[in-house]
Design a protein around this ligand. Structure first.
Ligand code: R5P
Length: 310
C-alpha cells in the first residue's frame, strides 16, 4: 500500500499514515510562478495499491485540481489501483438543479475524478448519499457517527437529550444518530409564509428543558446553526450543542459561532482546522484519522468496510 498526500490537510494525512504504520510516499506537489500545479511522485508506485489523501476544501478549486493531477501522475506511473480518499467532498451541495440553466457540479466533479484515473473513491458523510451514484466506480461513504456517538455518550446524560435536525433536509442523518443513542428527534422547520416576509423557525417536537444536540453534515457560514440554536433556546431548550462533520467555517463563521448561544460546536478534522478554530472558546475538534485509516486498511485487505458502522 502507498499513501500520497495533497496539500489540503497534511496533519490528517500524517495521522492516518501513523495509524497505518505506512510513511507518506515522497511526492512534490508545488506551484509554478503562475500558480499552475506541478506534481512529481518520487518513489516507484508501479503495481501498487495507492490511496490519495486530499479533501477538496478551501481553496476548493486548487485542492480539487491537485487531486486530479496527483491521480494522473499515479496512473501514468502504472499504479495498480488508485483510491481517491476525499474526507470532505467539496461541491457536494450542488447535487441537483435548483433552477433552470444551473449546473449539477457534484456530478461534474465526480466525472473529473473518474476520468483522471481513480478506480475507487472514499469519502465521509456525503451531503447526500445519492451522490455515490454520480460515480461509476466503487464509492465508500464513511460515517463519522461512531466517533460522535462515543463522544456524546461520554458527555451527555442521555435520558434528557434530544437530537435535532437544523432543517428538513437533514432529518435522515439526525434520525440515524438519534437511533444510535436512543434519543428522541426534533426538527427545525424554516419557512417563509408569504413572499417578502421574513423566515419563521418552527420547531417540531417538545424541546423544553432538554439538552439539544444539533446534527448536520456541513457548517459553512454558521447561519443555519446559530438560527436553529436560537429557535431551540426560545422554545425552552436547556442548552444546545452541535455535532457537525465538516467545519467549512467560511468568512465570519468562527466569530458568529463564538458570539452565539451555542454551548459547543464539535466538528471533525476532515478539513484542517484554522488557528481561529483551534482557539475558539466553544469549538472542539474530534480526530477522524483512526476511522479513515481503518477503512483504508480494510479496503487494502479486501475486507468489509460497512461493518465498521454496525
Ligand atoms: C445544507 O443543506 C447543509 O446541510 C448545511 O445545513 C449548510 O451547508 C450549512 O450552511 P451555513 O452554515 O452556511 O448555514
Amino acid at each position: 500500500m502507498k499513501l500520497v498526500a495533497g496539500n489540503s490537510n497534511r496533519a490528517l494525512a500524517e495521522t492516518i499514515a501513523a495509524y497505518l504504520e505506512t510513511p507518506l510516499t515522497k511526492a512534490v506537489v508545488r506551484r509554478f510562478a503562475d500558480m499552475e500545479i506541478f506534481v512529481e511522485i518520487q518513489e516507484n508506485v508501479r503495481g501498487e495499491d495507492v490511496f490519495i489523501l486530499q479533501s477538496t476544501s478551501f481553496p476548493t478549486n486548487d485542492h480539487l485540481m491537485e487531486l486530479l493531477i496527483i491521480t494522473d501522475a499515479l496512473r501514468r506511473a502504472s499504479a495498480k489501483r488508485i483510491t481517491a480518499v476525499v474526507p470532505y467532498f467539496g461541491y457536494a451541495r450542488q447535487d441537483r438543479k435548483p433552477g433552470p440553466r444551473t449546473p449539477i457540479s457534484a456530478k461534474l466533479v465526480a466525472n473529473l475524478i473518474t476520468h483522471a484515473g481513480a478506480d475507487r473513491v472514499m469519502t465521509l458523510d456525503l451531503h447526500a448519499g445519492q451522490i455515490q451514484g454520480f460515480f461509476d466506480i466503487p464509492t465508500d461513504n464513511l460515517y463519522s457517527a461512531p466517533v460522535m456517538v462515543r463522544d456524546i455518550k461520554e458527555r451527555f446524560e442521555l435520558g434528557n437529550t434530544m437530537v435535532v435536525s437544523p432543517d428538513v433536509g437533514g432529518v435522515v442523518r439526525a434520525r440515524a444518530l438519534a437511533k444510535r443513542i436512543d434519543a428522541q428527534l426534533a426538527i427545525v422547520d424554516k419557512r417563509r409564509e408569504r413572499p417578502g416576509e421574513s423566515e419563521v423557525m418552527n420547531v417540531i417536537g417538545d424541546v423544553s428543558g432538554r439538552s439539544c444536540i444539533l446534527v448536520d453534515d456541513i457548517v459553512d457560514s454558521g447561519g443555519t446553526l446559530v438560527n436553529a440554536a436560537d429557535a431551540l433556546l426560545a422554545r425552552g431548550a436547556k442548552e444546545v450543542t452541535a455535532y457537525i462533520t465538516h467545519g467549512v467555517l467560511s468568512g465570519g463563521a468562527v466569530a458568529r459561532i463564538t458570539a452565539s448561544k451555542l454551548k459547543e460546536l464539535v466538528i471533525t478534522d476532515s478539513i484542517q482546522p484554522t488557528e481561529a478554530v483551534r482557539v475558539a472558546r466553544n469549538i472542539r475538534v474530534l480526530p477522524i484519522a483512526t476511522l479513515i485509516g481503518e477503512a483504508i486498511a480494510r479496503t487494502a485487505h479486501e475486507e468489509s468496510v460497512s461493518s465498521l458502522f454496525d
